[in-house]
Design a protein around this ligand. Structure first.
Ligand code: ADQ
Length: 483
């Protein structure tokens, strides 16, 4: 029987070792959340890093860890602290992440971390090669593993390999800056199918292939030696049912079943029924535009002072990559901005910003989504942005307004939201004004269209479309070769 091997930097579970006890907790983040519904059957294996370095895993516990992971259909790639440093914090998050999100000034080009990236990609490829049979299907995920497809292809010329990039693929003018641009392209071209969230990313990639490698590209197919590689866009959806049903259950909870957070939110609603909750949820990342959002909020309060004491901004920022200096600086900047704005505008009965710097359990995410009148998401660049989709899915009475940056991949499918340019504070402040004053019927009309679309193009459909396209591509490639 053939199997599917999913491969990503992190496994869908996170390990914690406490006094010899091993616990596995589900990971936070777009990919883990999205693939959960795909990786459920017994015929798939997920290979990735466990989140603990070799130094952190006591040797005697290693077999128990393997067993705990096997229960989740997972297998770990072992990485030393030095490898994690060069591969993950280094090349992935100090070179590729900023460059692909157009933050050129943050992008570092270190030969040493490139070398570690290459050798760690080889480790992942070796882990696949150990498990894979020729008729298996390999699905490689994301920017940390862009060399893996070619490394696997070298040893298994006929195996089926798909690659999906979860972040933007930048325009040729940006991508060409990378010293190892050809190696990255060749790494990706080991795949049979390369998927992106949007048509624009697909177009940028094809243009780089044409201009940097001089390869023949016809429509969305690339000819490389004796293979045809297909490039396509697959906008990732969410587990719509899970969010929608959780929100319905939430609606039915009596006061005693409500969480502490929900009770507090209710109390504030009761004391000021006209006040609006604005919500923003992101990993603490410069690409998410949290600082700009705070400046825009300050601008809004100055431009529309009648909304003082009438709006409250809830910021939920999930700690992320805190070993990378840019992220530490950003944390400091946001802490200071929140402090300054609250200091400037607070009254005895009103604090304009509630700021949580932590990960929250699913139940509390639902509390926040369902209690917020407006979701305000302003990434400077974002591959997709699933939070926007999750917010809409939880609006069971179809009220609520989504204000979304046009730089998020999801903006392409969410035209019924209020789309803004996050660098334009005037426009953003006006969108907030419009959202606060939008009639209920208009909110419902917009959200009912959005909900239908999200329900149809859910994450399961995304994964199935990708897998079907990969199979078709493989068949096409076989018949091309046997011509
Ligand atoms: P991320 O940058 O992590 O993903 P996003 O798509 O918004 O961004 O996904 C975040 C996920 O984490 C959401 O499912 C959300 O519910 C969850 N989450 C956020 N805050 C949380 C909190 N405080 N506690 C618990 N859970 C929280 C990357 C790309 C995106 C792309 C995804 C999927 O950067 O552009 O959409 O991959 O491809």
């Amino acid at each position: 029987m053939s199997k599917t091997i999913i491969i990503s930097n992190r496994l869908p579970v996170q390990l914690q070792i406490d006094k010899g006890n091993i616990t596995a907790i589900p990971s936070v983040g777009g990919l883990a959340t999205g693939m959960k519904s795909v990786h459920t059957g017994g015929d798939s294996l997920w290979i990735g890093w466990s989140g603990l370095t070799d130094e952190e895993i006591p040797e005697e516990l290693s077999p128990d860890i393997d067993k705990a992971l096997a229960k989740h259909g997972s297998s770990k790639v072992n990485l030393t602290a030095e490898e994690v440093d060069g591969f993950y914090y280094g090349f992935s998050n100090r070179t590729i992440w900023p460059l692909f999100h157009y933050f050129l000034q943050y992008s570092e080009f270190e030969l040493d971390s490139w070398n570690v990236y290459r050798s760690v990609n080889q480790k992942f490829a070796d882990a696949i090669l150990e498990e894979a049979d020729d008729n298996d299907t390999i699905w490689v995920h994301d920017y940390q593993l862009m060399l893996v497809p070619q490394m696997v292809r070298e040893k298994r010329p006929n195996i089926s390999i798909g690659f999906f990039l979860h972040i933007p693929f930048p325009s040729y003018e940006i991508f060409r800056i990378l010293p190892w641009r050809k190696e990255i392209l060749m790494g990706l071209l080991g795949s049979d199918l390369i998927g992106f969230h949007t048509y624009d990313y697909e177009r940028h990639f094809l243009s780089s292939v044409r201009r940097l490698l001089g390869l023949e590209v016809s429509f969305n197919e690339i000819n490389l030696e004796d293979r045809i590689i297909k490039v396509d866009s697959f906008p990732m959806g969410i587990d719509y049912k899970k969010f929608n049903e959780a929100a319905k259950e939430h609606d039915q909870k009596g006061p005693e079943q409500r969480s502490e957070l929900q009770r507090r939110l209710d109390m504030h609603k009761e004391s000021a029924p006209d006040a609006k909750f604005l919500l923003s949820i992101d990993r603490l990342d410069y690409s998410k535009g949290i600082a700009k959002r705070l400046y825009a909020f300050e601008y809004f309060l100055n431009k529309y002072p009648q909304y003082k004491e009438k709006v409250r901004l809830i910021i939920l920022a999930v700690p992320s990559r805190s070993n990378v200096p840019q992220y530490q600086l950003l944390k400091k900047e946001i802490d200071e901005l929140v402090g300054r704005i609250n200091g400037e505008f607070s009254t005895v009965s009103w604090t304009p910003i509630w700021y949580f710097y932590r990960s929250m359990p699913f139940e509390n995410l639902i509390d926040l989504y369902t209690s917020s009148d407006i979701a305000w998401l302003t990434p400077i660049r974002d591959g997709m942005n699933l939070v926007a989709k999750e917010y809409i899915a939880t609006r069971t009475d179809q009220t609520g307004v989504l204000i979304l940056s046009e730089m998020a991949g999801s903006a392409n499918e969410m035209n019924e939201s209020l789309l803004i340019n996050p660098n334009n504070f005037e426009q953003t402040a006006d969108a907030l004004y419009e959202a606060i004053n939008m009639p209920l019927e208009e909110q419902q009309a917009r959200n009912s269209i959005l909900q239908k679309r999200l329900e149809r193009y859910n994450v399961e459909k995304w994964a199935n479309d990708f897998m079907t396209s990969l199979q078709l591509q493989k068949q096409k490639d076989h018949s091309y070769k046997s011509r």
